[in-house]
Design a protein around this ligand. Sequence first.
Ligand SMILES: [Cu+2]
Length: 270
Amino acid sequence: MKKIFYIFLGTFISQNAFANQPVDWQLGFQKAASESMREIVAFHDKLLLPIIIAISVFVLFLMLYACVRFRASANPNPSKRTHNVTVEVLWTLIPCLILIVMAVPSFKILYKQDTIPKADLTIKAIGYQWYWGYEYPDENIIFDSYMIEEKDLKADQPRLLAVDNEVVVPVDKVVKVLITANDVLHAWALPSFGVKRDAVPGRINETWFKAEKVGTYYGQCSELCGIKHAFMPITVRVVSDEEYEEWLSEARVKFAKEEIENDKLKLASK
Ligand SMILES: [Cu+2]
């Protein structure tokens, strides 16, 4: 009972307090931070949920009605009827109509996500067993992003979600994400942005997001990829334009692609 109470409590708290990461006893989605996710949440809350509740209540009512109305003591001679054309037509047509009502807005959202607007910047996410590597192809930046072990966490860093090198992107800009993998299937997923794409070795998938609020957003690999699947989180820090420029100038030095590759070559030749 106590557990159920916490689940309900968690639902309400999660709506207000933490925007960007899962919370204890959370039910439902994380708070949306992009238009795409807002549409997904609205689709779920305003259309799917009412339909689910209506169907559940209707079926429950039918079951209770049948139990009471047709119980053996009240109905000693059961009906021998095997067909009823009207009922059969209705229970085929009504679910079809419900599916069409759901499909139209669902496809609209899906196709909107699929069309990538003109991108302000491109990042590439590469899944490895078991961490994410990132590239900013236009900036010559390349780095790896590992989960921070529990013992090394700082006070504001969430367990199993914080990483050493975060992806940094500017707020209100279209970010195109190229997603691939180096070994097995992974999936790059960020709930608050409504983004989830498989990372497939030898193939590049694309998606995009436009973060509307400054903040740190957490996601996880969402394709079972092996023993440490649970330990390759995704952290995206959304910052103002100025902060992004600042980060870029530091990152160009810290994560310079040629230098890293030269170092690797030197190591290999030794
Ligand atoms: Cu993975």
